[in-house]
Design a protein around this ligand. Structure first.
Ligand SMILES: [Zn+2]
Length: 124
């Protein structure tokens, strides 16, 4: 098994639990994630480790929702912003290879859904 996703999945769990505690606690039911094409993170391995590391935590059984973020680059030569196909990162407008990544490198938690205990969520 690849080891890259294990520490990522552990920190994802820590983050989710901290968010849940800040929101008043409760069981975590869903996590919404953004995964950039360049992040190198493979969804199914995160899912594999997720089922292991969440055992016995408030996030046990929580569903992971992956949103794929397409790679977006900006040409430093002509300023064009484009979505490279495959591994060819040259500017589609002027063919320059002086380009920088604008979007698509991230792996981050966007939001979590909580199922809160009614007794602690009394609104009258
Ligand atoms: Zn260009």
């Amino acid at each position: 098994m690849p080891m890259h996703e294990l520490p990522i999945t552990r920190s994802l769990l820590d983050l989710a639990i901290r968010h849940a505690e800040a929101a008043g606690g409760g069981r975590i039911t869903d996590l919404h994630l953004e995964v950039g094409r360049l992040s190198g993170v493979i969804n199914r391995f995160v899912q594999f480790y997720w089922d292991i590391v969440t055992e016995g935590t408030p996030a046990e059984g929580a569903l992971l929702h992956f949103k794929h973020i397409e790679l977006e680059m900006e040409c430093l030569g002509c300023g064009a912003v484009f979505n490279p196909e495959g591994d060819d990162y040259a500017c589609t407008a002027c063919s320059s290879t002086e380009v920088q990544v604008v979007d698509g490198e991230q792996f981050h938690l966007v939001s979590i859904d909580l199922e809160q205990d009614d007794s602690t969520m009394s609104e009258g």
